[in-house]
Design a protein around this ligand. Structure first.
Ligand code: PHE
Length: 344
């Protein structure tokens, strides 16, 4: 029995020695120390031994079992450590590798231009107002001193939805809506950005849908020189500190007097080039002093209050600023075009 135990011990230790996987070690534990294993069997047989031999053999069995157990635990710890090491090695992160870039979109050049223009006017104390794109004839025309059959309605060919509603042809109706909402209070100092629609044939400089930013200031004592000062400041902030502006007489039914505003050509600096058609000047917006009929209609006494308004095309500003030659580029969404503005 003694030899048998010694043989069992060396067999077990040898197997443990060779084992490389934790699962196999478990198998060995069951095989040698399990309820049906040889050690248990020897222990069960102890009862049949003589009283002198029994404690000696009992002690030996315990020693063998403890030895196997101890070696097994050691091996288990070693295998677990090895496994952890392997896991750590395989999951190692190289923190010096550059990260994977996630493709993200960029702000559309028109949106960016609107934001830039808004920032400039907010800096000058203006607030941003918005209004509906499906507008009533009443606000789009009538309240702006353009009664039905007024010939100047032809200046803005319109998409009518019903007889009384249309896609707004300019953002001027937001002026009327704002004045009405203010109910006679001053100062009014707003800009209104938004999409507008006209029945134009699309070409390099026309689009049936485009973007306008309109401005309106109403208070006591507002003069044409205020309009000029604000627009000069805008031109400088938008296109550079050496910008000049020039006012030319014009006509809009909702302003009197009305003016067309040119800025000095930012490409040739006034020398004359293809973009400014050799004039040194580029037209960028329409403006004027708010017509007394418009003020009166919106509840402001034109004897007491005066105001100026202006309206510009955002596409035109963006084209001049970035040298874009075809307005349709803003709408066809060719990524090669859009990506050129991703840094803005
Ligand atoms: N609403 C005019 C247009 O779309 C522009 C404008 C606005 C002119 C305000 C004068 C004053 O053509």
């Amino acid at each position: 029995m003694r030899e048998k135990l010694h043989a069992l011990q060396s067999e077990a230790l040898e197997m443990i020695e060779r084992v490389t996987k934790l699962d196999d070690l478990k198998g060995i534990r069951v095989k040698f120390l399990g309820k049906k294993g040889p050690i248990t069997e020897v222990m069960r047989g102890l009862g049949q031994l003589s009283p002198e031999e029994r404690p000696l053999m009992g002690q030996l069995v315990n020693e063998v079992r403890e030895k196997i157990q101890a070696v097994m635990e050691e091996k288990q710890a070693a295998l677990e450590a090895k496994q952890l090491e392997e896991q750590l090695a395989s999951e190692q992160i190289d923190v010096t590798l550059p990260g994977r870039t996630v493709p993200v979109g960029s702000i559309h050049p028109l949106t960016r231009t609107i934001q830039t223009i808004e920032d400039i006017f907010i800096g000058l104390g203006f607030e941003v107002a918005e209004g509906p794109e499906v507008e009533m004839d009443h606000y789009n025309f009538e309240m702006l001193n353009l009664p039905k059959e007024h010939p100047a309605r032809d200046m803005q060919d319109s998409f009518y939805i019903t007889e009384e509603t249309l896609l707004r042809t300019h953002t001027s109706p937001v002026q009327v809506r704002t004045l009405l909402a203010k109910a006679g209070q001053v100062p009014v100092k707003i800009i209104c950005p938004g999409k507008v629609y006209r029945r134009d044939d699309d070409d390099a400089t026309h689009s049936h849908q485009f973007t306008q930013i309109e401005g309106l200031v109403v208070d006591e004592g507002i003069r044409m020189s205020d309009l000029k000062g604000i627009l000069l400041e805008f031109a400088k902030e938008m296109f550079g500190a050496d910008q000049k502006i020039r006012l030319r007489p014009s006509f809009f039914p909702f302003t009197e007097p009305s003016t067309e505003v040119d800025i000095s050509c930012m490409i040739c600096k006034g020398e004359g080039c293809r973009v400014c058609k050799e004039t040194g000047w580029i037209e960028i917006l329409g403006a004027g002093m708010v017509h007394p009929n418009v003020l009166r209609g919106a509840g402001y006494d034109p004897e007491r209050y005066t105001g100026f308004a202006f309206g510009m095309g955002v596409e035109r500003v963006a084209m001049l600023k970035h040298g874009v030659e075809d307005i349709r580029n803003f709408y066809t969404n060719d990524l090669r075009f859009l990506r050129q503005f991703s840094h803005l």
